[in-house]
Design a protein around this ligand. Sequence first.
Ligand SMILES: [Mg+2]
Length: 163
Amino acid sequence: MRLSLFPRRKFKTVTEITPEALRALGVELLILDVDNTIAPYKTLTLEKPVVDWAEGLKRAGIVLYIVSNNKGRRPEVFAALLDIPFIKRAGKPSPRGVREALARTGVAPERAALAGDQIYTDTIAANLAGVQMLLVEPIKFTNIFLAIRYFLELPFRREKRDQ
Ligand SMILES: [Mg+2]
């Protein structure tokens, strides 16, 4: 599609992304970032509200798919916990992983969204793949570099509805 650094919608946390919100956007596939989107860095567990949220989306007929740049065990651990498929080492901002999830599920890009916490990886990848970017606030700044990156993202952390 095109290079844009602006998300389609903003939410505080993933749990605010309700089936109703997704229905309003015409979304049937929700692609999930892992780090600082569904769990803080380094943890190997998911908070109960996140698990309940994911189960609620699945019950509502939304297909979930993890697409993470993480190279470790976390993508598969969380995918197993939620019983959903995953792609790791996705290389975002490259749209490759997002496109792979679209291909494997057979969902058209405009019927898909990516929930993620970052501009320079998640948002660029989503926009390049033509899926709707749903930006969430990072769960926790576990080091100073994450805080600096967040500061550098601020000009783009607003909704741009005309894309
Ligand atoms: Mg992330």
